[in-house]
Design a protein around this ligand. Sequence first.
Ligand SMILES: [Zn+2]
Ligand SMILES: [Zn+2]
Length: 120
Amino acid sequence: MTKQRKLVLAIINESEHHLTAEEIFMEAKNRINSIAFATIYNNLNALVNEKYIARVKSPGNPDRFDKVTIPHEHVVCDYCGHIMDVHVPEIKEMLEKRLKLSLTSFSLDMHYVCDTCKQS
Ligand SMILES: [Zn+2]
Ligand SMILES: [Zn+2]
């Protein structure tokens, strides 16, 4: 693994959040000043392909990158866009039973208001 790729992976693993490429770039620049956005972008794609990280697509928003690669769902705060992981592995089984279909994939679009936004 190249030094740049290790750095990108480390930033994602150290973060408690689902970062965008832009956020990863800002953090990487603090550590390697000369690093280019294209380098970040290429390394993110490679890390996703190698399954070190997962890509989280959200329509109308930039992709985010997730250190948790086992299947899980996300709930998004309507106010600040913060993403929280939820692990409900039985959802797929429940849907399949109900629909009498075998699903190759599915996605849930769940939203909530996070604690920080509730307070303000
Ligand atoms: Zn919020
Ligand atoms: Zn996640």
